[in-house]
Write a protein that binds this ligand. Structure first.
Ligand SMILES: [Zn+2]
Length: 647
């Protein structure tokens, strides 16, 4: 299955794909100096951006978790694809047709499973929408929408559709379009029964669930017929290779820009709520799809909001039903990520209306007001908790303060605690000191629990790392190859030279690279990277920096692959030539001469030291002495030439 794509085509995909565009779909980027961009790493949790890309070179690298690579490895990692799938995905975006080494492979399979499944969803969505807009059978569905103030324009805007009741209409339609039974089942579009395939969604109103890129990867389907044999109000696509309910957010494709610009997101409960919000001008609304809002959803939003030090805190507003289930959800979201509590807000409508109902009852301003009146999650959690107790009695007040204390104790920003402690004491009518004592006691218990969880969790994690695809962990890599010490000026010069070699391969005169030998580099990791450069030098295409960097990565020993990407994206400590955008030739020449000079000096010293040892040896070795003498002459001549050139 994998690895059969024509290698020239792979190179062409790399050369033509914009790593910036691809990364921007997942990471909000900002400038990080000339030719370089940075953002929050999608592969580890962080508050200050250490994920860098250098578009001209087509490389990315995270200085936090040391992950790095090219556009293909980024797609692989972020979307959990195989190498071939990642190449196919990029190719289909570029509109490129790939050739396969075995030639005979039919086009359908050649497109790659992922693109096939996405294509099937696109065709299904079109089919559903067409039916909703024009089919007689979809009248109930249209009535349902009209009753909620949605019209046919909105149907088109959100891609809503109607799944026919027949049972195999969609299966038939997709088969006729060339999709295989396996694809329909794998994609979650059809189920397999004793009498063959059947439509997964029947007689329901369907919403396309899209990932951030806008590709439809699943559907959410609402019950609209009283005689629907499936009782559940909503059915969603089950987990498939392209649909992960723990990460997908309905409406994110529409909301991503505004979320990123305004650093605010609104999390609502249903598809119609997302629609109502967007139509009312709250364009940052998203909803989970058949699952509670969890840690992965938080990660997705955080990335978009650049939740980082130095910026005003990002804000996430949850709208929950006033009912018990909704409140429970709020409390769970609260418990899930304490780090986020100070940025979390809750909007609850007093009469319990959801955004869709609010829009019908009070129009757009009512929806906007709901969001504007959101209260801090903390306050909501405290009030909800206190409500469970009868605070009219001394007994009830004590129980309430003990229930509330862990919430206050979990507020990470310690400067806020006294304020919240005062607030709670006011709500309960207790002494501030009494509340403070309970809070600090709850805080101690919490710390002990965390320590325990860390110990257990830590073990589990390292166990998993050990089995991870046989790839060496960061620690292992560091173990076999010491991290070069950049405080050493020699090492620092070597590093810069490698950076130039990787980022601006064309600034070197032909033959220049051949003048360097691996022992020109003192740091083992630098030597390993240079090995990669020397190998790629004879085969790789240096005219295209992206292709060149990937060629070096492939040629270099595996433990330094991440290091290659680091060197490829890290900013050079020099000013670029404003006319060419390249490092000045003076800088490059000096760097080149410097590293060569250091290397030659080292080799001369080595040769001299061996000569001295031979002079004092018991058995003379005239042959070796003569050899060394000639070597020394050559080395000294080389050194003189460089020095003359520098002068
Ligand atoms: Zn990272």
């Amino acid at each position: 299955m994998a690895g059969l794509i024509n290698s020239e085509d792979i190179a062409a995909v790399k050369a033509r794909s914009s790593i910036e565009d691809v990364v921007r779909e997942h990471v909000t980027l900002r400038s990080a100096g000339p030719g370089s961009l940075k953002g929050l790493c999608p592969f580890h949790d962080e508050k200050t951006p250490s994920f860098n890309i250098r578009p001209a070179v087509g490389a990315w690298h995270c200085f936090g978790c040391q992950e790095g690579g090219d556009v293909i490895s980024f797609i692989q990692k972020v979307d959990h694809l195989t190498f071939s799938e990642a190449v196919e995905r990029l190719a289909s975006k570029l509109g490129m047709e790939l050739r396969y080494e075995d030639g005979a492979r039919p086009r359908e399979e050649g497109l790659g499973r992922r693109s096939r499944l996405i294509e099937a969803h696109r065709v299904a969505e079109e089919y559903y929408t067409e039916l909703l807009l024009s089919s007689q059978a979809a009248r109930t569905a249209r009535d349902f929408l009209r009753a909620r103030d949605f019209n046919s324009e909105h149907v088109k805007q959100f891609g809503i559709g109607f799944a026919p009741r027949g049972g195999e209409d969609l299966v038939r339609h997709l088969r006729a379009k060339g999709f295989s039974d396996d694809e329909l089942v794998t994609g979650g579009i059809a189920g397999r029964g004793s009498r063959g395939l059947y439509d997964r969604f029947r007689g329901r109103l369907v919403w396309p669930i899209r990932e951030i890129t806008g590709d439809t990867v699943g559907f959410g389907a609402r019950r609209i017929f009283d005689d629907d044999r499936i009782e559940a109000k909503y059915l969603n696509t089950s987990e498939t290779p392209i649909y992960k309910k723990s990460t997908v957010l309905y409406g994110l494709d529409l909301a991503k820009k505004k979320i990123s610009q305004g650093r605010q997101a609104v999390v609502v409960e249903g598809y119609t709520d997302v629609m109502a919000c967007h139509l009312a001008g709250v364009e940052t609304a998203v909803a989970t799809c058949g699952t509670a809002f969890g840690a992965d959803h938080i990660k997705t939003l955080r990335r978009l909001m650049r939740d980082e030090a130095g910026l005003a805190p990002a804000k996430v507003i949850f709208t929950f039903d006033g009912d018990a289930a909704g409140q429970k959800a709020a409390m769970r979201a609260f418990a899930d990520d304490e780090k986020w509590t100070s940025q979390s807000f809750v909007a609850v409508e007093k009469s319990g209306k959801d955004p869709c109902e609010l829009r019908q009852a009070g129009g757009d301003p009512a929806v906007q007001a709901l969001i504007e009146d959101a209260v801090p999650m903390f306050e909501f959690a405290v009030r909800t908790t206190i409500k469970r107790f009868d605070v009219a009695t001394a007994e009830g007040r004590i129980q309430a303060v003990r229930a509330v204390a862990p919430i206050v104790a979990s507020i990470r920003d310690q400067s806020l605690r006294p304020e919240y402690t005062r607030e709670v004491s006011g709500m309960l009518g207790l002494d501030v000191e009494q509340v403070a004592t309970e809070v600090s006691r709850a805080g101690k218990i919490k710390v002990e629990e965390d320590a325990r969880a860390d110990r257990n969790g830590g073990d589990a994690r390292s166990g998993r790392d050990g089995r991870d695809d046989g790839e060496p962990s960061a620690a292992e890599t560091a173990g076999v190859m010491p991290i070069p010490d950049r405080r050493d000026p020699v090492v620092h010069a070597e590093r810069q030279l490698l950076q130039v070699l990787l980022q601006f391969p064309t600034v070197f005169k032909p033959g220049a690279i051949d003048l360097l030998t691996p022992d020109a580099f003192s740091a083992p990791a630098h030597r390993a990277v240079f090995d990669g450069i020397r190998i790629a030098h004879h085969t790789g295409d240096k005219a295209n920096a992206r292709v060149w960097t990937s060629a070096v990565t492939e040629a270099a020993p595996a433990p330094v692959a991440g290091f290659v990407s680091e060197l490829a994206v890290d900013t050079l400590p020099t000013r670029m030539d404003p006319n060419t955008g390249l490092p000045t030739s003076r800088y490059v020449d000096e760097l080149f001469a410097r590293v060569r000079t250091i290397a030659l000096t080292r080799r001369i010293a080595d040769a001299m030291s061996e000569m001295r040892r031979l002079d004092h040896a018991e058995t003379p070795a005239p042959e070796r002495t003569r050899e060394l003498g000639m070597q020394l002459q050559t080395l000294q001549r080389e050194l003189a030439t460089i020095k003359a050139g520098m002068g």
